[in-house]
Design a protein around this ligand. Structure first.
Ligand SMILES: C[S@@+](CC[C@H](N)C(=O)[O-])C[C@H]1O[C@@H](n2cnc3c(N)ncnc32)[C@H](O)[C@@H]1O
Length: 226
């Protein structure tokens, strides 16, 4: 097939697995697995056998570049190679983006991407488990992105801590049954309320990102915190 297409490299798609959400791609032809994906004016470089890239999340990546207002501080708790941080840095006028990430392969690609896209100055990388590394970010954020599937629940508590005392917005990714988007969203909000009853948590939007599996959707819940 590669001969027919004149391709020098061929990769076979595999399942994304583990705590690092590692790629299951296998090289069938050629050794160099570095790719640069150009999308909505952003260059995403990564080793495709090491880091995942979900093509289906294209609209959510674009949306993140559109929702951030001038001067906001954003904390991306599961930044990976910069899936959401890069559009924010490139397409919004955010004051600063803090990226938390624990996979060294993703951190390497993120550093390369910040340089490649010319946005290194406005970003700080916090290496390690976000439940610890976000400790230095208490009260700084106008907006927090929780972009981990199947759930980011173990970092709900830290995400409240990094928000400004006056509140802000949290974008929570998750998986919901196709006919239970509202129920899933209300359950997420109940979990936030249980963690910190002193804030008001209200649903401002429920965004369907893609179909994840038969009858299961990848959703993003936008929560306003006051
Ligand atoms: C791959 S991204 C998900 C990207 C996005 N949802 C998408 O589909 O395009 C999730 C990242 O979170 C990182 N991660 C998971 N748990 C973490 C934790 N507790 N602290 C820091 N990073 C974490 C993983 O290493 C991974 O790079």
């Amino acid at each position: 097939m590669a001969d027919g297409l004149g391709a020098t490299r061929l990769g076979q798609i595999g399942e994304v697995t583990g705590d690092y959400r590692e790629s299951g791609v296998r090289m069938l032809l050629g050794d160099d697995d570095w790719v640069i994906r150009r999308e909505s004016g952003v260059d995403y470089g990564y080793n495709m056998t090491k880091c995942m890239f979900s093509a289906g999340n294209v609209n959510e990546r674009r949306r993140m570049g559109e929702v951030v207002s001038q001067g906001e501080v954003v904390v991306d708790m599961f930044s990976g190679i910069g899936y959401y941080s890069l559009p924010v840095l490139i397409h919004s006028e955010a004051a600063h983006v803090h990226c938390c990430e624990w996979n060294p392969e993703a951190i390497g690609a993120l550093k390369w991407n910040l340089k490649r896209n010319g946005v290194r100055e406005n970003c700080t990388i916090h290496e390690g488990d976000n439940r610890q590394s976000s400790g230095v970010l208490k009260g700084v954020a106008d907006r927090v992105i929780l972009g981990l599937l199947p759930t980011s629940e173990s970092s709900f508590g830290p995400s409240i801590e990094v928000l400004r005392e006056s509140g802000g917005t949290i974008h929570v990714h998750g998986l919901a049954n196709s006919d239970s988007h509202r129920e899933w969203s209300e359950e997420v909000v109940r979990n936030f309320r249980r963690l910190d009853p002193s804030y008001e948590f209200t649903i401002s939007d429920i965004v369907r990102v893609k179909s994840y599996a038969p009858k299961w959707d990848h959703l993003v819940l936008d929560i306003r915190v006051n």
